[in-house]
Design a protein around this ligand. Structure first.
Ligand code: PLP
Length: 402
């Protein structure tokens, strides 16, 4: 066999998720005893809540380890509807539990896309959207604002409409709200306007709402309209990974959508995972049925404020306001054209991220991973002293540029 044929043409082009690579780089530095200020990975830290832990432990003790319903435990699917206040609109059969929101998204792409269909994302798509689209032979399209960077790189309805008109095989528009990586929040009016464009064009409106509990300054989450008109086209994705502490590794996500799509996804899962592990589904059930503690949101809001205050006098960068999520988005184009002390030019976000890592031990995510060269994403779900010392290390590293 030709060595080029050993891996399929589509997967041969894949690179592992950049954010997980960052985790590896940071731990390599720690093992060498070098300082690391980790703003890289999008993961909440801290102790797993005891109710979540104990529900899983109990499930193991009670021997709840047999195969379950491939679409997820019915009691968890019912609880998901209550968690999202959707119990008056959907039945349990319209909920599918999967191994993380990633799998929910992949299920959706597999369920609705044919080869050659187009799927649309915003101008700074989260790292895994494009690989998932390519894996189903769909064409990923970023909806770029017509007149340069619009407010917070947000997609306006006319941008989406223009793109959908150009491509007859449009299948879905995926909106991430709050947005990873930019930390922006679309308002209820903005969500409604985009949803209406999708309805006009009869394309699915997929809402990835994974960070929906982490909305700051007392703002309510802008829920999408759910009624007979929107239901056939609206698919919502959520999960356990972000709104609690240290839950990313439990790998539970869920989707709520029209019954034909949910049925296709459940049928698919029956063949390729048979549903996520039962004990972790019990953990998820405890997480979403017990009263939600806003402590994480409040802690993150104060970290956001700390980061913003510390970053005020960092040269060459503009820090975007962060109304939601735990990502601070930095416009770093002011560093382009500068030279490091070693004489290496900074000409991309990748160059800057690499310089910060090697010269200051600061881990960031380069905007290039989100198709936005010129920016860095900093996750502030990190201890306060790391924020203070890490921003100081960034400031000193940037002051050394000439
Ligand atoms: N969607 C967004 C916007 C994310 O940031 C992530 C994870 O970082 C995911 C989906 C995937 O979530 P999960 O870890 O539950 O698979």
């Amino acid at each position: 066999m030709d060595p080029c044929d050993r891996i399929s043409a589509k997967l041969g082009k894949f690179r592992p998720s950049i954010t997980l690579q960052l985790k590896r780089l940071a731990s390599e530095r720690i093992q060498k005893g070098l300082p690391v200020y980790d703003f890289g990975l999008g993961e909440t830290k801290g102790t797993l809540a005891s109710n979540i832990r104990e529900a899983g432990v109990r499930a193991y003790r009670e021997g709840q380890t047999m195969y379950g319903d491939p679409a997820g435990m019915p009691e968890l699917r019912r609880a998901v509807l209550e968690w999202l206040a959707l119990e008056d609109h959907y039945s349990v059969d319209e909920v599918v539990i999967s191994a993380g929101a990633k799998q929910s998204l992949f299920n959706i792409f597999l369920a609705v896309c044919n080869p050659g269909d187009f799927v649309f994302f915003d101008a700074a798509p989260w790292v895994s959207y494009q690989p998932l689209a390519i894996a189903v032979y769909a064409g990923p399209i970023m909806v770029l604002p017509l007149a340069g960077a619009r407010d917070g790189l947000k997609v306006a309805p006319e941008d989406l409409r223009r793109n959908l008109k150009m491509r007859p095989h449009a299948k879905l528009f995926l909106l991430n709200n709050p947005v990873n990586p930019t930390g922006q929040l679309y308002s209820a009016e903005e969500v409604e306007a985009l949803l209406s464009v999708c309805l006009e064009h009869r394309v699915y409106f997929v809402l990835d709402r994974l960070y929906w509990r982490i909305v700051f300054d007392g703002t309510d989450y802008p829920e999408p309209r759910v009624d007979e008109e929107t239901k056939p086209w609206l698919i919502q994705v959520d999960g356990l990974s972000k709104n609690w502490r240290s839950t990313g590794g439990l790998r539970i996500g869920w989707s709520v959508g029209p019954s034909d799509v949910a049925r296709a996804m459940a049928s698919l899962q029956s063949h390729y995972t048979a549903g996520p592990a039962i004990p972790t589904q019990h953990s998820a059930l405890a997480a979403i049925t017990d009263r939600y503690d806003p402590e994480l949101k409040m802690a993150l809001q104060s970290k956001r404020d700390l980061l913003q205050a510390e970053a005020r006098d960092v040269p060459y960068v503009k820090v975007w306001p962060t109304p939601a999520s735990f990502y601070s988005f930095w416009d770093v184009r002011g560093t382009f054209g500068k030279l490091t002390p070693e004489g290496t030019p900074i000409s991309s976000s990748d160059d800057l991220a690499e310089y910060l890592l090697h010269s200051a031990g600061v881990v960031t995510a380069s905007g290039a991973a989100f198709m936005q060269d010129g920016y860095l994403r900093l996750s502030f779900a990190t201890p306060d002293e790391h924020i203070v010392e890490g921003v100081r290390a960034i400031r000193e590293a940037l002051e050394r540029l000439s």
